[in-house]
Ligand binder design. Structure first.
Ligand SMILES: [Zn+2]
Length: 277
């Protein structure tokens, strides 16, 4: 629908959401690990928060740590088959170590998520990261697959479009869940899509989440806006934040064009930073 596509703040507002969501996720990792603090969380969200806390405990070593032997993972994983990095397979990256190439400016041409203590948020490289869809409308599949392949190629991340997911896998660890449906931010901020990653201490990402408004996805495969929006939100799910306003980047916080589907130079550099090349 053209009238919706012309609402440019939609994408910039999803940025907003991200700016709020990521620290919130970090906070949840703390909140969920404390029963006293958990009591402050509204009842309907406690399951979610508690599972975040559990993940945080796993990473920080509360139950032996994330980097424990493989057999322990198999026994303790809450989701069978979940990809969990093993010892030595993931190492933190310091945001301070980043030197952009000449011509690219951090915060203008690109931005990446980092923890408060300066670690870059990024996925492990050694396990396939399935991207699963939920309630995908007709015609959306090939555009999602295109976006996943574009990101895998540009970043080296082992992303794979895995088709529709089973309900029990939604928002599970080791994967990116792409849901076509409603989100509170669509109403409060006019966002067209929302994307983010759950970031554990030292920047480890083990879960990505994207919600796309079905009305923003054209039933005709190959539509530039559908592709651009999908690509943008997926980039949030791999730890990339917004570039400055009116940049020729998929991650620009305010769009010049609704139809850009080609990664900008800043996008490409950000994908290298969070990637595996
Ligand atoms: Zn955004």
């Amino acid at each position: 629908m053209n009238w919706q596509r012309s609402v440019h703040p939609a994408v910039s507002f999803s940025a907003y959401l991200l700016a709020i969501v990521v620290p919130l996720v970090l906070a949840l990792a703390v909140v969920g690990s404390s029963p006293a603090l958990l009591a402050m969380v509204p009842e309907e969200h406690r399951g979610t928060v508690a599972s975040f806390g559990e993940g945080a405990a796993r990473v920080s070593g509360g139950d032996g740590g994330l980097f424990r032997p493989a057999h322990a993972d198999a026994a303790n994983s809450t989701v069978p088959g979940t990809a969990v990095p093993l010892r030595g397979e993931w190492s933190p990256r310091r945001a301070a170590d980043i030197q952009p190439p000449a011509g690219l400016i951090a915060g203008v041409d690109y931005a990446v998520e980092a923890t408060e203590d300066g670690y870059l948020a990024h996925w492990p490289c050694e396990h396939e990261i399935p991207v699963r869809s939920y309630d995908a409308p007709p015609g959306s599949e090939s555009d999602l697959a295109w976006a996943v392949e574009t990101l895998a190629f540009a970043s080296g991340l082992p992303l794979r479009y895995a088709g529709p997911g089973a309900e029990g896998e939604r928002e599970g660890d080791g994967a990116i869940s792409v849901t076509y449906g409603d989100h509170p931010m669509f109403h409060t901020h006019g966002a067209a899509g929302v994307g983010g990653a759950a970031v554990w201490p030292r920047g480890l990402i083990l879960r990505g989440s994207v919600t796309l408004q079905p009305e923003q996805i054209t039933p005709v495969p190959g539509d530039a806006w559908s592709r651009s929006l999908t690509l943008h939100e997926l980039m949030h799910a791999v730890g990339i934040d917004h570039a400055g306003e009116f940049r020729t980047e998929i991650m620009t916080s305010r769009r010049i064009s609704d139809t850009q589907t080609i990664l900008g130079h800043g996008d490409q550099f950000a994908l290298r930073l969070v990637g595996c090349l």
